[in-house]
Write a protein that binds this ligand. Sequence first.
Ligand code: ADP
Length: 378
Amino acid sequence: MSRLTSRRPVVDLAAVRAAVGAVHDPELGMTLAEAGLVGDITVSRSGHVRVQLRLTTQGCPLESELTAASHRAAVAVASVTTVDVAVATLSARERAELADRVAASSAPLTGGLGAPAPRILAVASGKGGVGKSTVTANLAAALAASGERVGVLDADVWGYSIPQLFGMRRSPVVLGEKMLPVPAHGVALMSIGFFVADDQPVVWRGPMLHKALSQFVTDTAWGALDSLLVDLPPGTGDATLSVLNLLPDATLLVITTPQATARTVATRVARMAAESGRCVTGVVENMSASVCGSCGEHTALFGTGGGRQLADDVGAPLLGRVPLDVELREAGDRGVPVVLATPQSASARELTRIASALPAASRRSLAGRALPLSVVTR
Ligand code: ADP
């Protein structure tokens, strides 16, 4: 009588390495394999796999996320029974090499040669409180959800709200000479809010502010982006001009409310854009008439027509009208953009539609051209 020996199928080590290597590191904007973060992998006869991850810093903010994703990837490989993920840190030399790789993969935001430049939309408004940051955050989240690689540069230095809108508050990791944007809801973020204690007002002025903003542009490893949305401060002050000066390829997206007064202020922003050689890519009217969920009645709390009027005045398309919607505000307060939190709400549907209809990048480069700042009036 022959004896049947039951042999355990052997785990394919290369398959485990490929699976773990394909895990995406949202902070570096590349896979763990591309970043060189997968260390030794061992497999026991019983199918137990041990993976070593080699992270950029001790206490890396993404440690638990990357550990869990690597675990999921390894355990899904055929014949793997159990998985252990151990974490180590890159050596100084490896960190320096990675820093070079990350810098090389970054698109130039300031024009010039290299990877294709992303579409850069500077989101402006004539005054605060019209929902500029809320619209910026949601357009970015909607673009990311559609598969784009998206960044948000929060240049609203005195009224920064991007960290709150994305529910993310921590310091960026520094790699070599560059800061890594903080990932949240699929979007790469950089904000002054990541550098100050909770709700501390920013009192920086002039040169210091310009330095911070220029670091956000040039010393941040944005990675290969398809789109960068810049949340400008309200109005046409120095910080706005600093940022526009740093981003020669940015075009303007103007947010306004339906009110006539808001329109007047926003018209000034649009005129400033024209005078500084920027094109207004489009206008979004926010806080438009809300629609009652039960009776369908439209209530125009903030009047009507401001967006249409502004669009006509500046010769730019009116890209959409986002209704007043309590779900939008509540989602923002919870730190989840409404397009992700409640995609079926009226505001989320309109914001998603606007994101998909945003004009393509303007390829007209103004690199090297000084902006005629003297013509700007406040
Ligand atoms: P800004 O960046 O122009 O100062 P915010 O984006 O911070 O404005 O929005 C101001 C307030 O208005 C926030 O509380 C936000 O949740 C709320 N808000 C913005 N747009 C809407 C809307 N369409 N419906 C309801 N609330 C809104």
